[in-house]
Design a protein around this ligand. Structure first.
Ligand SMILES: C[S@@+](CC[C@H](N)C(=O)[O-])C[C@H]1O[C@@H](n2cnc3c(N)ncnc32)[C@H](O)[C@@H]1O
Length: 268
């Protein structure tokens, strides 16, 4: 089996376990292999506050959608409006879908897309129990094809997911395809970037699932967004997320800094 399909299978396995654990398995142990805070004994709610969610915002959504897997709060910067069509990529248990749905209200629609069945099931249950009529969760691999029509979306959001994809240019091209054209569609994404890229020979599937080994430098990340056709690219927020204790490879003993960024780009 190739390293590529290994990574995707591992992502589904790890995030599936987290969905099924119902909040009892977090990213606190490095061995859990997922994105999210590595601080020990921190609850998903506390972890979400550290990356930028507001307490009242968290209270306004289904509590079991909060898994502490994000690295920012894209909706804060997205200026979503009532009536907007919003798509959340790698929606997990639905945290950002429900926040966006509270803003887009009944005239709007929010679609969450995820590759992991157990996450989709959890998110759909959250929507049903809490009576959300304006949300839908669809299965899809965002780097292959986002299951949404061309030119149909006002805002694409995503929280700590694009770094998990192997072909980031395809992912951004897919986002570009579904956004409305003529400056009407934008993406606002929170993600992790690194101070230097991880050498191919030291990439591990566990560390890829933890949102580290698949992360690019900020410059490379922005370059790919431009190549996908976006304009008006702006960094809206930037925070040191963590520093790797050990050098990833023998040649470079420099510590690698992992930074959380929130970035906006517009489809012309
Ligand atoms: C770090 S979690 C973030 C979940 C959610 N955004 C949050 O903040 O709670 C990553 C999510 O992306 C999903 N995912 C990873 N790769 C994906 C892909 N290629 N296509 C769709 N979903 C993907 C995983 O199943 C998981 O639910």
């Amino acid at each position: 089996m190739s390293k590529q399909s290994n990574i995707k299978n591992k992502i589904k396995e790890q995030y599936g376990k987290i969905a099924l654990a119902d909040g009892s398995l977090s990213c606190c142990s490095a061995s859990s292999g997922c994105c999210g805070t590595t601080e020990a004994l921190i609850s998903p709610i506390e972890s979400s506050k550290t990356v930028g969610y507001d307490q009242n915002e968290l209270k306004s959504i289904p509590q079991s959608s909060i898994l502490g897997l994000g690295c920012g709060n894209p909706s804060t910067f997205a200026h979503i409006k009532e009536g907007d069509v919003v798509v959340d990529l790698g929606s997990g248990a639905g945290i950002d879908v429900f926040i966006a749905a509270n803003i887009a209200k009944d005239k709007g629609k929010v679609i969450g897309v995820d590759i992991t069945d157990a996450m989709l099931e959890k998110a759909r249950k959250n929507a049903e129990i809490n009576g959300y009529q304006n949300v839908e969760f669809r299965k899809g691999d965002i780097e292959q094809r986002i299951p949404v029509d061309d030119n149909s979306v006002d805002v694409v959001i995503s929280n700590c997911v694009v770094n998990l994809t192997e072909n980031k240019l395809n992912t951004f091209k897919e986002i570009h395809r579904i956004l409305k054209s003529g400056g009407k569609g934008k993406m606002v994404i929170s993600d992790l970037v690194t101070s230097r890229e991880i050498a191919a020979n030291s990439i591990s599937t566990d560390s890829w699932c933890s949102c580290i080994d698949g992360a690019l430098t900020k410059e490379h990340y922005i370059d790919i967004i431009k190549k996908a056709g976006f304009t008006n690219i702006e960094i809206l927020d930037e925070k040191l997320y963590m520093e790797l204790d050990e050098a990833k490879d023998k040649e470079d003993q420099e510590k690698i800094q992992i930074t959380s960024i929130s970035i906006k780009a517009v489809k012309r």
